[in-house]
Design a protein around this ligand. Structure first.
Ligand code: G3P
Length: 214
């Protein structure tokens, strides 16, 4: 499973990119607003930092407007992926942009049927939201397994991006469920690397080494 970071804050992207673990970045209008920075400049800067797909989300609700914005975003950098909502208008825009060779990420996906429609409309990626399903007492990880199996049976190549990841355990479970990608908030990366046995084990190695040199 590839790891993306789900943020629009440049310092966060730079820090985790230095670890060499990032394959891409996802943003959404809420994350761009939180960053307080210009949308276009932010996306272009992210593309310079991470050499992988960078999702930029449309901010209109009609297909024609989404297509227009999508074409504009795609001109900013060849790694831009146009993020579209999983709605009827989003499907129309997905189909049109896909036919023009522009990659798309269909977001706010909460069911197998939505994922199937996105794939058939030509989506490069589909983003099921794990945490938000759990917020309403539904099994987000099971959805990843079900979409994966549906895509496998149908021979669909659309990649699954597990989104709305809230805990390090979500990362583990969606990886086991066969997700192609997980897009992870910045604050979870340190939690993923830290382990008390690594910390105590390293301390012992260094202490033993130091003592042997005296
Ligand atoms: O990638 C989508 C993600 O940003 C949504 O996360 O925590 O707002 O449900 P959350």
């Amino acid at each position: 499973m590839k790891l993306y970071i789900d943020t629009a804050i440049i310092s966060e992207i730079r820090e985790i990119a230095e670890w060499g673990v990032l394959s891409g970045v996802t943003t959404n209008p809420s994350l761009i607003a939180k960053s307080g920075k210009d949308f276009k400049k932010t996306i272009i800067e992210i593309c310079e930092i991470v050499k992988g797909p960078v999702s930029a989300e449309v901010t209109v609700e009609d297909a024609a407007g989404m297509i227009e914005q999508g074409k504009e975003f795609a001109d900013w950098d060849e790694m831009v992926v146009v993020k579209l909502p999983c709605t009827t208008e989003g499907l129309k825009a997905c189909s049109a942009l896909s036919h023009q060779g522009i990659p798309t990420n269909l977001t706010l996906c909460f069911s197998v049927n939505q994922a199937l429609l996105c794939a058939r409309a030509g989506a490069s990626y589909v983003s099921p939201f794990i945490g938000r399903l759990e917020d309403i007492n539904e099994d987000g990880v099971k959805l990843i397994k079900d979409i994966k199996e549906t895509f496998r049976v149908a021979g669909i190549k659309t990649e699954i991006i597990s989104a709305s990841i809230r805990t390090p355990y979500h990362v583990t479970t969606v990886a086991n469920a066969g997700s192609d990608i997980a897009t992870i908030p910045y604050k979870l990366f340190p939690n993923m690397v830290q382990h008390p046995l690594t910390t105590s084990g390293l301390q012992k190695f260094l202490d033993d080494w130091k003592n042997s040199q005296q």
